[in-house]
Design a protein around this ligand. Structure first.
Ligand code: PMT
Length: 400
């Protein structure tokens, strides 16, 4: 896998703002993803959260002073900057923004930042008037021009009672933008169409035919493609997942609705990845009112939905078309059959019905099948990692 933050050296800078408590959660998420995180706190940050909290989570001493030395007497702020893969400052106060924009180095964090050469995600968080202050805005613009990735604060009711922009984004979103900074931009300029989730085929106003797809697989593909610079459209059946950042999300219910939207976007897409679990059948008739249980036997007549992917295979021009196959047996046989019949460039097959693969799980165990009849079994890994491997193989197909 080329991307992700597993085993990456991340430095988390924490400044003195009420949102400093959220950086504890950010640290927890980063550690959970396998990152090696070092924390630098400003003196003011210590007024809001104690270093011990961060130390307990990251398992190493927090740097709070410019004059601290490492165990081997090395100078911490230089060594940490040289070893960092990326830096995130959350919350970033008007003070640190001003210092960074002007190259000032008078404490541990600002001095460290003058040595950093790797990507930086800066997360301003402060009172709305302070954030909108001309000097602060001027400094933020300068930092953007210097190559900082600035994650705009969210609007809402702030701790000081005022309502407006200034709130630190959710730790999950900060981590997502950090992952984007770390990813290669090998899909830059590529338009990627992804489908995800189940479809719902109504029987009556309160019942439908569906399947247990959570959307996690397709959303992971959409997120990974966006991280790698793709312009992503995600067409999704109903899920509980938050919209991925910077992705155009189109919600649908039925297979027919999904078909309409997919065909609308197909011609403008370079890469199409169909992870959605589309119902093969729909009820022939949809009752206007709730069907009553008085009848001892109610027969449900079904009719076939269009096979969207097969139609895409028929229309395909100079595009890469990738399907998924969810099977309960004979994975290779059925996946190969779908690959040929639907005119795909690749199909990602998974055996469903296992706790660590297929529907609903955070991980998947897939085998990739290619047009030249080769196959690539993948180990069990999280869906984000599967998504990146899929994209790696798609890029190889495009460049071959
Ligand atoms: O969403 P999760 O909980 O993360 O679960 C992931 C997943 C199990 C849904 C995913 O990994 C997966 O296997 N997706 C494909 C599910 C599926 O519908 O497989 P299938 O073998 O029935 O269909 C084959 C392909 O044809 C799929 O790409 C499907 O999108 C497409 N299809 C199917 C029927 C239809 N009418 N139109 C289609 O386009």
């Amino acid at each position: 896998m080329k991307t992700g933050i597993n085993k990456k050296n991340i430095v988390l800078g924490v400044c003195g703002g009420i949102a400093a408590y959220k950086s504890v959660e950010l640290l927890r998420l980063l550690i959970k993803q396998g990152a090696n995180v070092r924390v630098i706190m400003t003196q003011n940050a210590r007024e809001f959260v104690g270093p011990l909290t961060f130390e307990a989570l990251c398992g190493q001493a927090v740097c709070t002073s410019l004059f601290e030395k490492g165990a081997d007497a090395s100078i911490k702020h230089i060594e940490w900057a040289e070893q960092a893969d990326a830096v995130v400052i959350a919350p970033a106060t008007a003070n640190i923004i001003g210092k960074l924009a002007n190259g000032l180095a008078d404490d541990a964090l600002s001095t460290f930042m003058t040595v950093v050469t790797r990507p930086v995600v800066l997360c301003p968080s402060m009172n709305t008037h302070m954030y909108e202050n001309k000097a602060v805005q001027r400094n933020i613009e300068r930092l953007k021009a210097d190559g900082y990735f600035v994650l705009e604060p969210e609007s809402g009711k702030l701790a000081c009672g005022i309502t407006g922009p200034g709130r630190l984004p959710e730790p999950m979103d900060i981590m997502d933008r950090l992952m984007r900074c770390l990813a290669p931009k090998d899909l830059e300029g590529k338009r990627v169409l992804v489908t995800a989730g189940p479809t719902r085929e109504p029987i009556d106003p309160v019942r439908f035919i569906s399947n247990p797809s959570s959307g996690k697989m397709g959303y992971a593909v959409a997120r990974a493609a966006e991280h790698r610079g793709g312009r992503v459209v995600l067409i999704t059946g109903p899920t509980d997942l938050p919209d991925p950042n910077n992705v155009t999300v189109i919600g649908v219910q039925t297979a027919r609705e999904m078909g309409v939207k997919v065909f609308e976007h197909f011609d403008h897409s370079d890469i199409i990845i169909k992870a959605a679990a589309v119902s093969d059948f729909r009820p022939r008739d949809q009752a206007d009112q709730k069907i009553k249980k008085e009848n001892d036997q109610e027969l449900l007549a079904l009719e076939k939905n269009q096979d969207i992917l097969k139609e895409l295979g028929r229309r395909k021009k100079d595009q890469v078309l990738v399907g998924f196959a969810a099977e309960t047996e004979n994975l290779e046989k059925y996946a190969q059959k779908k690959l040929v019949e639907k005119n795909l460039d690749m199909i990602a097959g998974n055996l469903v019905g296992h706790p660590s693969a297929g529907f609903g799980s955070d991980t998947n165990e897939m085998t990739l099948f290619f047009k030249d009849e080769t196959k690539e079994p993948l180990a069990v890994m999280d869906k984000e990692a599967v998504a990146h491997i899929l994209l790696d193989r798609i890029l190889t197909l495009m460049n071959s």
